[in-house]
Design a protein around this ligand. Structure first.
Ligand code: 4NP
Length: 154
């Protein structure tokens, strides 16, 4: 089982969106039993809350259901040897590295994106730009799935 954990600051906007989009791609590829998808926040600001209405709205518009609740990253999230720790921006990468060390499993989502030069997923919490964020995250998720398939032979 390959584990993929998406990480942002609050776990209510970007990483739940990535989790839901990536789960859809995994399911569509027939890999549901092979890849486990989850998300977490570096902060505890919104623990227990539903995803932001903007994230739920844009996902619903693309026919994707999401019912997860925000949680904070734990030490166990870096345990084991099959995890991909996928940060939404450089600040999340720095937080992950402070916590888990310079681990080769830590990546930035948009480093896998093929159709944009943008490398940090902007935070829609203040900008409300959920459609733009969706397009970026989808691009990154498609590239990430290809990379994982190439890495693991799935
Ligand atoms: P996220 O967005 O990291 O994409 O979930 C944010 C959510 C909440 C806050 C910041 C970013 N906040 O400051 O509460």
């Amino acid at each position: 089982m390959v584990r993929v954990l998406f990480v942002c600051l609050g776990n209510i906007c970007r990483s739940p969106m990535a989790e839901a989009i990536f789960q859809r791609l995994v399911d569509d590829a027939g890999l549901t039993g092979e890849v486990q998808v989850d998300s977490a926040g570096t902060s505890a600001y919104h623990v227990g809350e539903q995803a932001h209405p903007g994230t739920r709205r844009v996902l619903a518009r693309h026919g994707i259901q999401y019912s997860g609740r925000a949680r904070q990253l734990t030490g166990g999230d870096a345990a084991g040897d099959a995890a991909y720790l996928i940060a939404m921006d450089s600040e999340n990468v720095a937080d992950l590295q402070r916590r888990f060390g310079e681990d080769a499993r830590i990546h930035r989502l948009l480093d896998f994106a093929g159709h944009t030069p943008v490398r940090d997923v902007p935070d829609p919490y203040y900008s409300d730009n959920f459609d733009y964020v969706y397009r970026l995250v989808e691009d990154g998720c498609q590239g990430l799935l290809q990379a994982i398939r190439a890495d693991t032979g799935l």
